[in-house]
Design a protein around this ligand. Structure first.
Ligand SMILES: C[S@@+](CC[C@H](N)C(=O)[O-])C[C@H]1O[C@@H](n2cnc3c(N)ncnc32)[C@H](O)[C@@H]1O
Length: 509
């Protein structure tokens, strides 16, 4: 690769993923929860959003499909990322999204509309200080008053534990020849052999051996983009907040709603210690020290307006939520990034049953005696947890639904077609959520077959077998066409009974 990568890893594309973290309804919920007035344009779906360093651009493309009244500007200097997403945008007729093959510096020279929201995912820790300065300058000039920025980064002190791993991978990947994916595989294998010896840093640092083990199951594309850039900087939150302040941006809160619930991770004494900091950025950094945070997803606002308690309550009360799983699949104990959390049936059962009837506002939920008996704080907290764990999601206002549905259907038709050949963005655009809904390739092939009037199991098997994919049942491989089709027929029956009603409710089937 030539010099255009500016130290960023070249010759290997990023993973093809869609992220939900900056979908508009979720941004609005996270802001409201922390007492900020969400931008009206985001609530209504008529915003302008940018994603610098968009990778394959699938999140911006999906959001453009789900929000026809919004405009999207996404860019990345990797031409193969942009070529792929332009093809998707052309096929789906996305007239509201522009995908630019530009560096941050090229882009900064361009004039453009004021932005209501900017997503910087997987960028801040992985680019140079010069490039961060360019991005900050773009935010300073182009973010509209009231606008919101989503930014993720490797955080201190938690990332300190992984610095030797990054060093090890960089050094080992530089050894020997061959294609980068092979060198990455050898480097991970080497780290794993060292870890097996125990002792030293491996023995002294919690989580390191597990992380190396996890790397064995990650794609080389992920590992390259996470660990192999020349620039790899972890930040204390307070330092990010200081940099953002230069662009008139103020920390608004954690983008993942449950990360705003400090009592999940800190004892009362620890919370009191954090509260001793007069500067909120220091307080946040103290919490990171006490929880040893290694990754952050933050929201910053420019000229954000504070809500009074009554208005915050009113906005939360009218926020509607939809379930992303069957009600009887809600767990009684959920494994979360902060440990195992109980989901008491007295609260979650009536909540699940209510949401299974369709989207409900917090106020409507509290109108039900079984939930009113649990109290407002408990119900709101449950919604925060369900939302953060992708078991539920806030939904867009009813206004504009018909337009969103027509646009999402066009987008989804193209996405489903791509699953024939395994070119799988893996998510469909929901006009209800204004965000993505994950579907497996088999589910997508079932949905595509139904649209085309084909027999779903036979259609799915035709495409899967063409790619050399085999089907398993109870850990055993199904041998031959007949057994594979029979297994797919069984899965299709289960899909029709349990998943399809949910997907229909979310407007993606
Ligand atoms: C880790 S990926 C994140 C992609 C996307 N935001 C996502 O979350 O899926 C970072 C992306 O930033 C792009 N990038 C890095 N430095 C850049 C620069 N100076 N100008 C434009 N794009 C850049 C890379 O090509 C890569 O696709």
């Amino acid at each position: 690769m030539g010099g255009w990568t500016e130290g960023y890893v070249g010759g290997i594309d990023y993973i093809r993923a869609v992220y939900r973290d900056w979908s508009p309804a979720l941004l609005c919920f996270a802001l409201t929860l922390r007492g900020w007035r969400p931008p009206e344009v985001l609530r209504r779906g008529s915003f302008t959003m940018a994603e610098p360093g968009c990778g394959h651009g699938l999140t911006s493309a999906l959001l453009a499909g789900a929000h026809p009244a919004a405009r999207f500007e996404a860019m990345d200097f990797n031409p193969s990322h942009i070529a792929g997403v332009r093809r998707l945008a052309d096929d789906a007729g996305l007239a509201n999204a522009t995908f630019l093959e530009e560096s941050f510096a090229d882009h900064a020279r361009r004039e453009g509309p004021m932005l209501d929201a900017v997503a910087l995912h997987g960028v801040w820790s992985w680019v140079s200080a010069e490039n961060r300065a360019i991005l900050l300058d773009t935010l300073r000039r182009r973010l509209a008053p009231g606008g919101v920025v989503f930014v993720s980064y490797n955080a201190l002190p938690g990332t300190l534990a992984y610095m030797p791993l990054r060093r090890l991978l960089v050094e080992r990947c530089a050894e020997g020849g061959g294609p980068l994916p092979d060198r990455i595989a050898r480097a991970v294998e080497f780290a794993s052999r060292m870890a097996a010896q125990g002792g030293g840093w491996f023995g002294a640092t919690d989580g390191v051996v597990e992380r190396i083990e996890q790397l064995r199951h990650k794609s080389p594309n992920y590992i390259a983009h996470e660990y192999l850039n020349s620039d790899w900087t972890a930040f204390y939150h307070a330092d990010v907040a200081r940099e953002m302040a230069a662009a008139k941006l103020e920390f608004a809160g954690a983008a993942v709603p449950m990360e705003q619930l400090h009592d999940l991770t800190l004892s009362p004494a620890q919370q009191a210690l954090a509260a001793e900091a007069s500067d909120p950025a220091q307080g946040e950094t103290l919490r990171d020290v006490m929880t040893n945070r290694s990754f952050r997803r933050d929201l910053f606002v420019k000229g954000g307006e504070r809500l009074g308690p009554a208005e915050r309550r009113a906005l939360l009360g009218e926020t509607r939520f939809a379930l992303l799983t069957a009600a009887d699949d809600l767990p009684e104990v959920a494994s979360t990034p902060v440990g195992r959390l109980p989901f008491p049936p007295a609260l979650y059962q009536p909540l699940g049953e209510a949401l299974a009837e369709g989207p409900q506002s917090l106020d409507a939920l509290l109108g039900r005696p079984a939930l009113a008996a649990q109290g407002e704080d408990a119900v709101l907290r449950a919604l925060v947890l369900l939302t953060s764990l992708s078991l539920a999601a806030p939904v867009m206002p009813e206004e504009g639904f018909a337009e969103r549905k027509a646009s999402a259907e066009r987008f989804n038709a193209v996405v489903l077609e791509r699953h024939r050949f395994g070119d799988t963005p893996g998510q469909l655009a929901s006009p209800l959520l204004g965000a993505g809904v994950p579907v497996s390739r088999i589910e997508a092939l079932f949905l595509l077959a139904a649209r085309l009037g084909e027999d779903p199991p036979a259609f799915a098997w035709h495409h899967l077998s063409a790619d050399g994919i085999t089907i398993g049942r109870d850990g055993e491989r199904c041998e031959g066409d007949e057994a594979s089709r029979a297994e797919l027929a069984r899965r299709h029956a289960a899909f029709t009974q349990r998943r399809l009603p949910l997907l229909k409710g979310l407007g993606v089937a």
